[in-house]
Design a protein around this ligand. Structure first.
Ligand SMILES: Nc1ncnc2c1ncn2[C@@H]1O[C@H](COP(=O)(O)OP(=O)(O)O)[C@@H](O)[C@H]1O
Ligand code: SF4
Ligand SMILES: [Mg+2]
Length: 350
């Protein structure tokens, strides 16, 4: 089985909250074909860290987020939350452990039940798991999380979602995700559907809640510019594979993967006096995940592609301190040694 490697994982650290190893998600596409939505993705997140997960629409970000939650269970791979292996847990034990992991979605209005009152939506976790699942009195807890996200519980508690703007609905979703005091929140494009003026408010709110509730975040976005300031580390995905992982500043100032470089070139530069990197722009469409290119999946759009890129899948390797890339001919660190790659075999699963 081809993989993108795990050199970027940090098993030596004792503060890793979430580890994902070789995650695979495949959907049936009919006629015996499969959608290779996520193919051997590995990542880890340390306590208090924010990991930005970026890539074009359709590259498998949401599928990765949902597979981490086991909604639905991945086709393959392992997910560990603290000392618990989510991929091995079943039934109520899985559901209870999963309360430590919450998700916020792109479209806040449709992710709130229109028939229920806001206080019931926010308190849903408590009504399922009982008052023992949260600190203190349930009513006070619901009021507190609403206050923390900037909403007055007296005013909003009895209303329904359609009475609020998109930004307010996202605040309610954040409150719901906080009520059981989770370890990790996966934010799946939480500001993509909001007006630009509201986006910054929600990003600020997430930063404040992260500090107040001592959270660890995975922040999914299709736009690198959105994750730049909020992320400690950034992971770049392309067509179901991991391309590059590194500290945010390093990845933005010296991208190693040709795809990351192309994504950066697409960000409008607000200050023309700043030094602009010579970056390749991104041409063409994302290939189909039903029949992805052999070797490096980016090769059909990469200006640097050579025969080796079709014959061998690149593996993750460290090219600068804590900066990892899966590319044979990266922009940082020189050509990959001959043994850092997996030869493509005819008929092998991708
Ligand atoms: N339930 C599903 N059945 C079939 N294909 C799916 C399903 N969910 C997602 N896909 C496909 O998997 C790929 C990754 O989708 P997704 O994770 O939503 O990407 P992203 O969030 O990066 O935009 C896409 O090609 C999408 O069409
Ligand atoms: S492995 Fe080859 S095709 Fe893939 S990004 Fe690197 S140079 Fe481009
Ligand atoms: Mg998505």
């Amino acid at each position: 089985m081809a993989g993108s490697g795990k050199a970027h994982l940090r098993p030596e650290r004792d503060d890793i909250v979430l580890t994902v190893e070789d995650l695979v998600v495949e959907f049936s596409a009919g006629g015996g074909k499969k959608v290779h939505a996520v193919s051997n993705i590995s990542l880890d997140v340390a306590r208090g860290e924010t990991l930005g997960l970026v890539g074009e629409s359709g590259c498998g970000k949401s599928t990765t987020g949902r597979a981490i939650m086991q909604l639905p269970r991945p086709t393959g791979g392992k997910v560990r939350l603290g000392s618990q292996s989510l991929t091995d847990l079943r039934g109520e034990e899985l559901r209870r452990t999963r309360t430590q992991l919450q998700m916020i979605f792109q479209d806040p209005i449709s992710s709130l039940n229109p028939r229920r009152k806001i206080k019931d939506i926010v308190g849903e976790g408590i009504s399922i798991w009982g008052s023992g699942a949260t600190k203190g009195n349930p009513r006070e807890r619901i009021d507190q999380v609403l206050l923390d996200v900037g909403l007055d519980p007296e005013t909003v508690g009895g209303r329904r979602a359609h009475q609020f703007s998109g930004g307010q609905c996202q605040r309610i979703c954040v409150a719901r995700s906080l009520v059981l005091d989770p370890e990790v929140i996966i934010c799946d494009e939480p500001v993509s559907a909001l007006d630009v003026s509201v986006q910054a408010q929600i990003l600020n709110l997430l930063e404040q809640m992260k500090a107040r509730y001592q959270l660890t975040l995975i922040f999914i976005a299709h736009d690198l510019a959105v994750v730049k300031n909020i992320s400690d580390r950034v992971a770049v995905m392309y067509l179901g594979k991991m391309c590059e992982v590194g500290p945010s500043e390093q990845l933005f100032s010296a991208p190693a993967h040709h795809y990351t470089s192309a994504l950066l070139a697409a960000i409008p530069q607000p200050d023309p006096s700043l030094e602009v990197l010579e970056l390749q722009t991104l041409e063409g469409e994302l290939p189909s995940p039903i029949d992805p290119p052999s070797g490096c999946r980016f090769r059909t759009r990469c200006v640097r592609a050579e025969e080796r890129c079709a014959q061998e899948e690149p593996l993750m390797r460290e090219v600068a301190e804590r900066h990892f890339v899966a590319c044979h001919f990266p922009l940082v660190g020189g050509t990959a040694p001959p043994d850092v790659g997996i030869p493509v075999t005819i008929g092998a699963s991708v």
